[in-house]
Ligand binder design. Sequence first.
Ligand SMILES: NC(=O)c1ccc[n+]([C@@H]2O[C@H](COP(=O)([O-])OP(=O)(O)OC[C@H]3O[C@@H](n4cnc5c(N)ncnc54)[C@H](O)[C@@H]3O)[C@@H](O)[C@H]2O)c1
Length: 266
Amino acid sequence: MSQSRFYDRHILVTGGGGEIGKAVARRLLAEGARVSLLDIDTDKLEHAAAELAGDDARPRTFGCDITDDAQVAETVDRVERQAGPLHGLFNNAGYQGAFAPVQAYPGEDFARVLQINVTGAFHVLHHVSRRMVEAGRTGSIVNTASMAGLSGPPNMPAYGTSKAAIIGLTQTAAKDLAPHGIRVNAVSPGFIGPGFMWDRQVEQQAGVASRYYGDDPDTVAAQMIASVPMGRYGRLEEIAGAVAFLLSEDASYMTGTNLPLSGGGA
Ligand SMILES: NC(=O)c1ccc[n+]([C@@H]2O[C@H](COP(=O)([O-])OP(=O)(O)OC[C@H]3O[C@@H](n4cnc5c(N)ncnc54)[C@H](O)[C@@H]3O)[C@@H](O)[C@H]2O)c1
């Protein structure tokens, strides 16, 4: 691993209090980046920053609800004033939503999932890229989509829809920002574990009567793993490696892509 791939680069990580955000921040810090963490959950943020603090680099933390456009504008402004101009963004905050078949899915939750995963991600992408373009600064943005956006998982109509939208947003933003030297790509993690998202997903799928999975968590876990050609779930470090690649100049000719991180699973 090159120590200096992100030397003097400042990267904002949203969902920075969560599992994937923290893993990516750890990797970027190890490669010399300055990292700012943004999350709605300020307790998680402070824990993440304390965990990630090295000898000379404690990530700065910014509490912010990405669904609130004005709050995002003000926060991105504060991030740059306090920690310097941004060169990159890992646009990653997200919410899995309820688990229920489409005919029973709560409309309120559908709206909430789209508000966070799509509109919220747009707000961050919009304000960060606007500032980069205004300043004539080039850089790289990575959005977190999901295999759910490609495969239509059962019982997750809102989440699957939201992540399909992120892939669309990535493609359009890549075209709009290419003339400004800003690359935009997405990653689509599949089954990632161990951790909260894996446990929740397995438990929730087991809790929903469905022909696709069994009704106890151990069976669901085994069924999910059996559907992965590589026969295991992905590790957080494996997501971090792919995101760091896309954020780095090693991916200098890639924009508008969506990298499946799924062990070969569809
Ligand atoms: N873990 C997986 O299996 C998996 C698979 C595919 C995609 N993803 C995606 O990866 C991303 C990160 O997920 P994770 O696994 O780290 O989950 P996580 O729950 O640990 O992290 C998500 C973070 O987003 C934050 N967040 C939620 N709503 C917010 C809002 N309105 N404003 C600001 N922050 C908000 C949460 O507080 C949380 O810290 C999400 O977009 C998720 O959909 C995860």
